[in-house]
Design a protein around this ligand. Structure first.
Ligand code: GDP
Ligand code: MG
Length: 274
């Protein structure tokens, strides 16, 4: 895999902007990808948020393994992290955000509206969720000096929610995280080599992806599995060999769009009871 590096200045600027914003907030809605609930969280958020209330929203549940997502729900609540699962694309579950926000802030007596912002790494669905939230009869309110240059607070019930999401780059500290982020589409294919990515996918998730396909050759090497996929789809080069490039492109495309068996790339860690 090629080096993935974010310019340190890029990360620093995002952190600074978010720190400035957080001072004005009562609650942060942190959107994560349900297929990678850990890797789609940038741990640099924690010192920025301090003791502010956070609600985690696991989005894109339509793309995740339906057996794994409920385990994540249990895991978050066991760790006392309020969370809900949603589909930002069709809006399912998004309304629950108002309810859980109200619950989390119920102990807080404020004479002004309670202020919320949506934050997260790129492509997790922040804008989709925000649009759904704001499509529910919300009205624009005045500016709050300091934080709102170019931004607007939108009034909904006794909340004010910022109309633009807070953005943090993903934090990539090892190759596996890079692969996972590339597989869910957070970082572009140009950064991670498609062949490496397809091999990583086959090696770690091939069994799950093709669990309903009896012809899937578990016992073969990942290269041979890619060739199997090419042949199965009749992707052949001139002369008759498997067209691996086309197989890689199709495999990644179909994975990302959940045309294959739905897979979560991360499951909750198994913790001992003591
Ligand atoms: N399948 C699916 N796609 C989603 C969902 N939420 C957002 N998307 C898609 O994911 C892409 C990124 O969403 P966007 O809201 O722009 O993410 P942002 O970068 O975090 O603001 C878009 O193509 C959305 O249509 C979801 O729950 N399911
Ligand atoms: Mg956006």
């Amino acid at each position: 895999m090629q080096d993935i590096h974010w310019y340190p200045g890029h990360m620093a600027k995002a952190k600074r902007q978010l720190s400035e914003l957080v001072r004005y907030l009562d609650l942060i809605v942190e959107v994560r990808d349900a297929r990678i609930p850990i890797t789609s969280h940038n741990t640099d958020l924690e010192p920025i948020l301090g003791k502010k209330s956070v609600v985690v929203v696991l989005n894109k549940i339509d793309l995740a393994d339906p057996e794994v997502t409920p385990k994540w729900s249990d895991w978050f609540w066991e760790h006392k992290i309020p969370m809900i699962t949603v589909n930002g694309k069709n809006g399912n579950g998004v309304e629950k955000i108002w309810q859980i926000a109200a619950e989390q802030l119920s102990g807080k007596s404020l004479t002004r509206a309670k202020r919320i912002a949506v934050v997260g790494i790129p492509n997790v669905g922040k804008s989709s969720i925000l649009n759904r939230l704001l499509g529910t009869g919300a009205a624009r309110t005045g500016n709050i000096p300091g934080v709102t240059r170019g931004k607007q607070w939108i009034k909904h019930q006794d909340f004010e929610i910022l109309d633009t999401p807070g953005l943090l780059p993903p934090k990539i500290t090892n190759q596996t995280e890079g692969y996972k982020l590339a597989l869910v589409g957070t970082i572009k294919d140009q950064i991670v080599d498609g062949y490496d990515l397809a091999l990583y996918l086959m090696e770690n998730y091939g069994v799950k992806i093709f669990e309903n396909d009896e012809s899937y050759p578990k016992q073969l090497t990942v290269d041979e599995q890619l060739a199997w996929f090419a042949e199965k789809r009749k992707f052949l080069v001139k002369g008759g060999g498997p067209d691996l490039n086309r197989a890689i492109g199709t495999l990644l495309h179909e994975f990302r769009n959940a045309r294959l068996n739905r897979v979560s790339l991360e499951s909750p860690p198994i913790e001992s009871a003591n």
